[in-house]
Design a protein around this ligand. Structure first.
Ligand SMILES: *Cc1c(COP(=O)(O)O)cnc(C)c1O
Length: 234
């Protein structure tokens, strides 16, 4: 068996074990294979093993790969999105995980209208650890941003929140942040009403996804754990 297939099996088993531990149904957790910096051949290998959700953090790289791979792949943009790049990717992604300002949401909305795209699905990125080096809104600003996006845009499908937790050696250290994400979802519901479904939580990477699942992650983003170490950092 190829290394990618073997890794995928291991990740799948870990997802199931974490769900069992938390009393959750593994079907509630979508695995996104983070393929940034990895070649098309590796993505094809994961695709052949059944993966359909892939994550990239750069618009240019995502578009190049998209053209070379099967059309039923769901592409997730997980990296920072600049406003001037929005026009290239509107209509091409399954989900943009990294919206962190009203201005960016409005630009997505504007480009969607221009291109005749009915709906662009997004998440709000939250800087859950309040780290200088990270993108995302402050945790306390998330409900207000959700509220304004819902009222000031018409083509945005807002589904929930995403975070990149701090880099830690012991994944247990990030449990507090995953718990905090769940509280933000509750705050959002209280702000915008419980009839609005803003309940997706994209959290957990190779180093901490079992803990994220235990705390309610509905999407996990795993790169190294599937494709191996990246040759260069991003
Ligand atoms: C690279 C990246 C990941 C995957 O990281 P691994 O530690 O390799 O699993 C997940 N989310 C984002 C936003 C990333 O940039």
């Amino acid at each position: 068996m190829s290394e990618i297939r073997e890794n995928l099996n291991k990740v799948q088993e870990t997802i199931e074990a974490s769900c069992r531990k938390a009393g959750r149904d593994p079907k509630e957790v979508t695995l996104i294979a983070v393929s940034k910096t990895k070649p098309v051949s590796s993505i094809q290998e994961a695709y052949d093993a059944g993966v359909r959700d892939f994550g990239e953090n750069r618009v240019q790289e995502l578009m190049e790969k998209m053209d070379l791979l099967p059309g039923d792949i769901r592409w997730h943009l997980i990296g920072h999105l600049q406003k001037n790049k929005v026009k290239y990717i509107v209509g091409k992604t399954a989900l943009i995980h990294s919206v962190d300002s009203l201005e960016l949401a409005k630009e997505i909305d504007r480009q969607a209208e221009k291109k005749g795209v009915d709906r662009v699905d997004i998440l709000i990125e939250v800087n859950i650890g309040n780290e200088e080096s990270k993108f995302g809104v402050k945790p306390e600003d998330a409900p207000g941003l959700v509220d304004r996006i819902l009222s000031e845009t018409s083509r945005i499908g807002l589904h929930g929140i995403m975070c990149v937790a701090p880099y830690v050696v012991n994944p247990e250290e990030n449990r507090q942040y995953f718990v905090k994400m769940r509280k933000i979802i509750v705050d959002i519901m209280n702000e915008v009403g419980h009839n609005v479904h803003v309940d997706v939580m994209s959290m957990g990477m190779t180093g901490d996804y079992p803990v994220a699942i235990e705390e309610g992650a509905t999407m996990i983003r795993v790169g190294t754990g599937i494709f191996g170490e990246r040759d260069y950092p991003v």
